[in-house]
Design a binder for this molecule. Structure first.
Ligand code: UT7
Length: 356
């Protein structure tokens, strides 16, 4: 039988603590380190003019791209990813064996099976943590960040490594000027970890992530051959169906519409106005897409971080590369609000909102 406790009795050591004046904010997730790697070899538009029916003027005017990086012979997707990961781990101040999960957003891994993430895990010396690839093309990094956020926020993981990496130069048709001039190789990585109570109370960390797919638009951007639908054959090779095919204008229109709507969803979910954003780090696919999104959201281009002229479209790697560069250049400061958005094959797209 329990003894009744009078109001003046001191609380027993195992009794439930009285409610705090203000409910504590649930711990959240934040990016605690970033890194990127791009191959040494620079291929300019002028160099491409020699092998493809194109011009520096067309590429610059229609896309904003001036040059891209192309991986060296023998360099692997997992090599680039592992290097970006090492740099992100160093910036986070943690070691690979502290990782609870590795997510690699890629559609150009070393081989169809096993995952690129498995090779990355081995290369960086992370032991036994679940490691997997995520296929959301150019939206792969935002998808990975969204998953990492959920795992860290729920306490199911402490440190999650999210990598966006593509070695697209090996899956492009170098005779197709409508695609080959657009893309480049590279890798970017972030480490997601828990916020401190102080940071959570100050509203810092990953504030929102939203991810979407519209499979009806899948035919607009795809590699039709080489999978189970059209297994490798002489015909697949001859017709180059194992390489990237894109209906550029369809993707362009979807990108403008959905990058703007996903960005609005992110802002609305936390009651923020676009005017309050400090930076937009969007997928670098085409400067005209960024300008159109800037118009729709009424956010000046001066707040968009742009590096497409140097790297072209590196698909899932573009946002983490841009983020790492923006931080290294001192552009993104503590306490600032950063919006990220990306769209790619699927069509898959998404956004993330972070208070740094
Ligand atoms: O990251 C995944 C998401 N991907 C994207 O977001 C890409 C979205 N799409 C785009 O960025 C643009 O649609 C492209 C850059 C791919 C194409 O730009 P566009 O202004 O939509 O060009 P277009 O497809 O309407 O082509 C215009 C003309 C065509 O010639 P004709 O038919 O008017 O004679 C093309 O053949 O430009 C020609 N063209 C080129 N000319 C020189 C297409 N590619 C090239 C080229 N060099 N590389």
């Amino acid at each position: 039988m329990s003894t009744p406790v009078s109001k003046s009795d001191p609380p027993k050591s195992d009794s439930v603590p009285p409610p705090r004046a203000q409910a504590p904010v649930k711990p959240g997730a934040k990016i605690i380190g970033t890194g990127h790697y791009t191959p040494e070899r620079v291929v300019s538009n002028v160099e491409l003019e020699k092998t493809v029916d194109t011009s520096d003027a067309w590429i610059t005017e229609r896309t904003g791209i001036k040059e891209r990086r192309i991986a060296a012979k023998g360099e692997l997707t997992s090599d680039m990813a592992a290097e970006a990961a090492r740099r992100a781990l160093a910036s986070a101040g943690i070691t690979a064996d502290q990782l609870d999960m590795i997510i690699v957003g890629t559609i150009s891994g070393d081989m169809p099976m096993p995952s690129c993430a498995a090779f990355v895990q081995q290369k960086i010396g992370a032991k036994h943590c679940p490691s997997f690839d995520l296929s959301a093309a150019c939206a792969g990094f935002i998808y990975g960040l969204s998953i990492a956020d959920k795992f860290v926020r729920t306490g199911a993981a402490r440190y999650v490594l999210v990598i966006g990496v593509e070695l697209l130069s090996r899956i492009l048709n170098w005779e197709d000027r409508t695609t080959c001039v657009l893309f480049g190789d590279g890798a970017g990585a972030v480490v997601v970890g828990p916020t401190t109570e102080e940071e959570a109370n100050a509203g810092r960390g990953i504030l929102a992530t939203h991810i979407f797919t519209d499979g009806a638009l899948a035919p607009a951007l795809l590699i039709p051959g080489g999978g189970s639908r059209e297994p490798f054959s002489a015909e697949v090779l001859e017709k180059k169906r194992h390489l990237v095919h894109m209906a550029g204008q369809d993707v362009f229109k979807a990108a403008v519409r959905y990058l703007a709507s996903a960005s609005r969803a992110a802002l609305a979910s936390v009651g923020l106005d676009a005017k309050e954003l400090d930076w937009v780090v969007a997928h670098q696919a085409n400067i005209r897409i960024l300008e159109a999104v800037s118009n729709r959201l009424e956010i000046p281009m001066s707040r968009f971080y742009v590096n497409i002229h140097k790297y072209g479209n590196t698909s899932s790697a573009s946002i983490p590369i841009a983020l790492d560069e923006a931080l290294a250049e001192g552009k993104i400061q503590e306490g600032q609000t950063v919006l990220m958005c990306a769209l790619g094959a699927g069509i898959s797209w998404g956004s993330a909102l972070i208070r740094w």
